[in-house]
Design a protein around this ligand. Structure first.
Ligand code: SF4
Length: 916
């Protein structure tokens, strides 16, 4: 494989380090030589931060072929591994099984580079527009590839349109009329289901029954405030998504209304988009009828991007901004987090600058923005008003309901898939935190950048300058708010608070809280550097005094903000002449973000009142210091609803006409009362309907649960040894789940090299500098790879087929015994409450293993003491054995017997000789 390139290539894995000279000679090298050569000569490498980590040299830089890929093919998917790159670029491996051995990877890097550079000269290259200008700009910010790219790229004959001129504008449409009253005919639902399932395939009874149950939420509502609510537990493999898409699409068409489908994970969102294409096979119709909505902090803000491109960002962050600008011209929706921006791109830049490209702080100036008519967020919001199917997530559904700008576009028919997560989503959404970081954020929002801050961020006064000049009272309110915000913590607060020299009332409160938490914490975690907390009970005088001063300071801020909100409202009600459509939209936008800030400050004031007043039984309050590796990260006061489904019932459920909450584990290992509580149905004035269908999978033949009893808790060496043995026995394809990052890190450090030498790559969340979504993509793509992780992997992994054939849990997932958990445990049933949580976690983890009828695998729980009452978490018919590690390894090596199609629905099968 010859290369005209003058650069060498470098590859490092846990098994060693390899270098290829430009003419293709490959040899192994030591760490010292690799680092030395990389410092002298730019080297082609794949995922520089990962190579840097393998070499133990954080400052490594070079020619990252992934960056070149992002330039040449923006918005195109690639798994960021040798195999993934080879597949997408059509480069064949020498080996028959398509495996790129470590020795061959440097060759591949050179070949991939050549292929990408050759594309630049290809007249058929679809992503040519904008490349020349972008490469010129990238040269100015010293992108290592820029010179090489420009040598291969012809200057365009005509000047290119710049990004902001090229993006299409959204169209304003008339408001949608309310949906017609229709009743769905059961036969029509079946016909629709059959047409979606397609290919003349027979629909299964469970799926047909599920579709009819889902259809019942679309019946005309009997009374205001009483939605038709159905709780449906449907085992994996029933075909839930098509089961509810059938009645939903039928109703949307007949009633001319929108159905919102809400999920918890991105994996399910992607699946829904795929399945919804069956309803609207024509791509243009699909684009109009199906819209994916995310929280606004997911989308690229074009104004922030423009600022970054024009000098707001420096160094590597500026390079990232230009690559994001390349992507912005080709993206389908501008979603930077779960959309078509490669998840690995921002991690190549160590996330430097990526969050500043989104609108995280609510600084949008709406119609005052020069890019308003092209804004990705505004486009998605408008499209969803006209769509039939809106795919969203639980958090967005709740934000929309609580703070939505527009009553007319609020969801009225809602399907919550992954409904077992509603409780947790609500718990975060309706929580309040009066912390240093939150208050600093509010100060910046009101005052704007202070000191030497760069960039376009502006304070309230600058954002509403025209309002201030027109309305004297409004202008005065803005000035009063600015003065009041100076009482909030500013930059450097954490240091001042830790050193005992707080500035202003809120910092004084944070200092008093810090002292109180350290004094009262009994978890003994202070020494190990982890977060600390204590109940908000019987506060010492220093806290009481600081609370009173903070209340005064926050009231002084809430008053002018509220007055400003009223002035803006009056302006909309009786508009001045200059308030044209654009200015009106901007004032409405300002009202929305102002309302959200006022709600936050009011919530803080009410928390403070509780700190020195009577207990409110609806809430759990506590004080905490967030710490990471011995350093304080944040300090403050927290408030959660004891039952967060109460506000959900009021704000989301009762105003709607129909709600389906569904999941494979909706009852979370409990009964229907548990499902009612976790979905909020218990707070409705009328009963929700229940439906259940068991999975069609043959769990007795497809899966086996092995409880390994001879690994002592706390023995880190034995834990790591067990993981290595189990992963080795299955030849990779293992998902390792941990409840503590510390144990994950320790296990990974002990076994990664050993496994790599046997050709079994190991990846890990919290260690590899790769985002979780990409880690799952890598894992899915390589049947020899294994992946270690924590909570996000217990739910977010959908890997059918051979890539996932073993799940290993390090221990029984006992709930964290924190203050919030203790309060809920006391209210909701003590041990039973704990058991329900554990069973739900076990069921979700087990659910990763068998995703399709052809899947097979083992689920291993490393625990010497698993109470038998928890084992109902596993689907009926699943074989469960208590074994030694040696027996588990032998069982995994010999695999499972062929599928027998015997179902045992009534009980888990207990193996003789190994009683549970
Ligand atoms: S309208 Fe707002 S979010 Fe959109 S580009 Fe402009 S400032 Fe950014």
């Amino acid at each position: 494989m010859q290369s005209p390139l003058t650069f060498p290539a470098l590859h490092a894995s846990h098994a060693g380090i390899w270098m290829a000279t430009p003419d293709g000679e490959v040899r192994t090298v030591g760490k010292g030589e690799a680092v030395g050569r990389a410092a002298e000569t730019p080297m082609v490498m794949l995922n520089a931060p990962l190579v840097a980590q393998r070499l133990g040299y954080a400052d490594l830089s070079g020619l990252d072929v992934l960056e070149l890929f992002a330039f040449v093919h923006p918005a195109r998917f690639v798994v960021p591994t040798a195999k993934g790159l080879a597949t997408v670029l059509g480069i064949k491996a020498d080996a028959e099984d398509g495996v790129w051995s470590d020795q061959k990877v440097p060759h591949l890097l050179l070949a991939a580079t050549q292929r990408l550079l050759a594309t630049l000269a290809d007249p058929a290259w679809p992503e040519r527009e904008g490349a020349w200008d972008s490469a010129q700009a990238l040269m100015r910010v010293r992108w290592p590839w820029a010179n090489i790219v420009l040598r291969h790229l012809a200057k365009p004959e005509k000047p290119e349109r710049w990004l902001f001129a090229r993006l299409p504008e959204w169209e304003e449409a008339a408001p949608r009329t309310p949906p017609r009253v229709v009743t769905l005919d059961p036969d029509a639902v079946q016909t629709q289901l059959a047409s979606l399932v397609g290919n003349g395939a027979e629909t299964r009874q469970g799926q047909r029954d599920f579709a009819q149950a889902a259809a019942r939420i679309f019946a005309p509502r009997a009374r205001k405030g009483e939605p038709n609510m159905v709780l449906a537990e449907a085992g994996t493999g029933i075909g839930k998504t098509l089961g509810y898409l059938a009645p939903a699409s039928l109703w949307a068409r007949n009633a001319d209304g929108a159905v919102w489908i809400s999920t918890f994970t991105k994996a399910l969102q992607r699946q829904l988009v795929r399945e919804a294409r069956r309803i609207y096979p024509d791509p243009e119709t699909f684009k109009q009828k199906v819209v994916v909505r995310k929280g606004r902090e997911n989308y690229l803000c074009l104004l922030n991007l423009e600022d970054a491109l024009q000098g707001g960002f420096a160094g590597r962050a500026a390079t990232l901004a230009h690559l994001v600008a390349r992507w912005a011209a080709y993206t389908s929706d501008g979603d930077m987090i779960g959309g078509d921006l490669p998840g690995w791109l921002t991690t190549l830049f160590r996330r430097n600058g990526s969050t500043a490209l989104t609108d995280r702080r609510g600084e949008c100036i709406y119609a005052g923005c020069p890019h308003y008519k092209k804004c990705f967020i505004e486009r998605a919001a408008r499209a969803s008003v006209q769509a039939d199917i809106v795919i969203a997530n639980h958090a967005l559904m709740m934000v929309n309901a609580a703070r939505g700008r527009d009553e007319v576009s609020r969801p009225t028919r809602i399907i919550f898939d992954e409904g077992h997560h509603l409780f947790d989503a609500a718990d975060s959404m309706f929580a309040a935190a009066l912390t240093g970081q939150e208050t600093v954020e509010l100060r910046r929002w009101v005052i704007g950048p202070e000191g030497k801050a760069r960039g376009r961020r502006r304070g309230l006064a600058a954002r509403l300058a025209d309002v201030a000049s027109y309305d004297e009272e409004g202008g005065l309110a803005i000035e009063m708010a600015r003065i009041a915000a100076e009482a909030l913590p500013g930059d450097g607060w954490l240091g001042r608070v830790a050193e005992g020299v707080p500035s202003g009332p809120v910092e004084r409160l944070l200092h008093a809280i810090r002292t109180m938490v350290f004094a009262r914490d009994e978890s003994n975690l202070a020494e190990s550097g982890y977060g600390l907390e204590t109940e908000l009970a019987d506060p010492p005088p220093a806290v009481v005094d600081a609370v009173a001063d903070t209340q005064v300071a926050l009231e002084a801020l809430a008053r002018p903000l509220t007055l400003l909100g009223a002035r803006l409202e009056a302006m909309i009600a009786d508009p001045p002449e200059w308030l044209d459509g654009g200015a009106r939209a901007r004032v409405e936008g300002a009202m929305a973000s102002l309302g959200w800030r006022i709600d936050t400050v009011r919530a803080w004031i009410s928390m403070l009142a509780r700190a020195v007043g009577p207990v409110d039984a609806d809430f759990v309050d506590w004080l905490a210091i967030d710490r990471f590796e011995g350093r304080d990260m944040d300090i403050g006061m927290h408030r959660h609803w004891l039952d967060p489904m109460k506000p959900v019932a009021e704000i989301v459920l009762k105003p709607s006409h129909g709600v389906l909450a569904t999941s494979a584990t909706l009852r979370s290992g409990g009964d229907w009362a548990n499902a009612e509580a976790r979905t909020g149905a218990v707070h409705l004035d009328h009963a929700a309907e229940h439906f259940s269908a068991t999975s069609p999978f043959d769990y007795a033949a497809q899966a086996e649960v092995l409880i390994v009893t001879d690994i002592k808790r706390g023995d880190m060496a034995a834990l790591a040894g067990a993981y290595a043995a189990l992963i080795g026995a299955s030849g990779g394809g293992a998902l390792g789940l941990f409840t503590a990052i510390r144990r994950l890190r320790s296990t990974y450090a002990r076994i990664a090299d050993r496994l790599a030498r046997d050709g079994l790559p190991l990846y890990a969340q919290h260690i590899d500098p790769i985002d979780t979504g990409t880690l799952v993509d890598i894992f899915r793509d390589d049947p020899h790879a294994s992946l270690l992780g924590t909570d996000a992997l217990r739910d977010g992994v959908d890997v059918p087929g051979a890539s996932l054939r073993l799940v290993v849990m390090e221990q029984v997932p006992w709930p964290r015994p924190d203050i919030l958990h203790r309060a809920r445990r006391l209210s909701y049933g003590g041990t039973d409450y704990d058991d329900r949580i554990i069973r739900a976690k076990l069921a979700q983890a087990f659910g990763r293993l068998i995703r399709s009828a052809g899947d097979k695998g083992h689920f291993v729980l490393l625990s010497s003491a698993v109470p038998s009452r928890l084992l109902t978490a596993f689907p009926a018919g699943t074989s469960i054995r208590r074994v030694t590690l040696e027996q588990a390894v032998a069982a995994i090596k010999s695999g499972l017997s062929p599928v027998t199609n015997i179902r045992q629905d009534d009980a888990n099968t207990l193996q003789e000789g190994n009683p549970i």
